[in-house]
Design a protein around this ligand. Structure first.
Ligand SMILES: CCCCCCCCCCCCCCCC(=O)SCCNC(=O)CCNC(=O)[C@H](O)C(C)(C)COP(=O)(O)OP(=O)(O)OC[C@H]1O[C@@H](n2cnc3c(N)ncnc32)[C@H](O)[C@@H]1OP(=O)(O)O
Length: 224
């Protein structure tokens, strides 16, 4: 018998939340492997049909309660906490590379490696993927600076293509604020050559006023 993987425990204490995060992370890893293998495979149509049937059966095992659209998962913190299903940093998301983030003296640094699932031009990263990586790092830099905000403007510059299967470094840094506006810059380089910018961005983020934030995010917890 299969245990439903998305059903939260009846009483989620600290230990059970950790168990839940570990299980989400493990499933996310297996799904990313499946996605990457899927976009690389040269398997025959018979094999692809057989695998599709198997995947459909696996999906049917994810029974139990489904999260509502604006619900913030119990395993997450918003804003400023973990986002297990984020398409950029979420350990549980098959869409995420995922990016791991650490603070620096004046911003945040993210690390990830893109695979063929993130391909734009053959062998290189999709430009939308670069924008997504930078938007996240720059948005999280706002939160880390104590001014969480939403992107209202993201000016991208693509200097060189981003190689796949190559460790990357993404920087996000707040350069200034003006009332609710936060000005942020970001760059993507390889880990091996952090002085050569492959992509850079300038962004404006805006902290919604409290009423707007409550209306936009009805699942926001009071302490946030
Ligand atoms: C507890 C709180 C949670 C907070 C939030 C946390 C989110 C943490 C996300 C984490 C994950 C990260 C992920 C990556 C970040 C996304 O991806 S965010 C998603 C993409 N962005 C969006 O969907 C934002 C859509 N835009 C909006 O909803 C509304 O514009 C906002 C952001 C709520 C602001 O609305 P508003 O408060 O009515 O703003 P408004 O009064 O029109 O403008 C305020 C000021 O900004 C200026 N402004 C407006 N647009 C622009 C622009 N494009 N360029 C320059 N200035 C502009 C205005 O001129 C105005 O300036 P002043 O007149 O005050 O000098």
């Amino acid at each position: 018998m299969h245990t439903p993987l998305t059903e939260p425990p009846a009483e989620a204490g600290a230990d059970s939340l950790e168990d839940q995060k570990a299980a989400i992370t493990r499933l996310g890893h297996e799904l990313r492997t499946l996605v990457e293998t899927t976009v690389r495979t040269a398997a025959s149509p018979d094999t692809l049909h057989r695998v599709a049937d198997g995947v459909r059966q696996v999906t049917a095992q994810l029974t139990g309660r489904r999260r509502a659209r604006a619900e913030i998962p119990e395993v997450d913190g918003f804003p400023g906490g973990p986002r297990m299903y984020s398409p950029v940093v979420g350990a549980g998301s098959p869409l995420a590379p995922p990016v791991s983030i650490t603070p620096t003296d004046d911003g945040l640094i993210g690390h990830c490696t893109l695979g063929l699932a993130h391909e734009g031009p053959p062998g290189y990263g999709h430009g939308g993927m670069s924008a997504m990586l930078l938007d996240e790092l720059m948005g999280q830099a706002c939160t880390a600076a104590g001014t969480p905000g939403m992107t209202v403007s993201l000016q991208m510059r693509y200097h060189q293509p981003i190689p796949l299967e190559t460790p990357l470094r993404i920087l996000g840094r707040v350069t200034g604020t003006d009332n609710r506006k936060v000005f942020v810059t970001g760059t993507i380089t390889t880990e091996a050559d952090p002085s050569t910018r492959l992509v850079s961005a300038d962004g404006v983020f805006i902290a919604p006023d409290p009423d707007r934030a409550r209306a936009l995010f009805p699942g926001l917890r009071e302490e946030a």
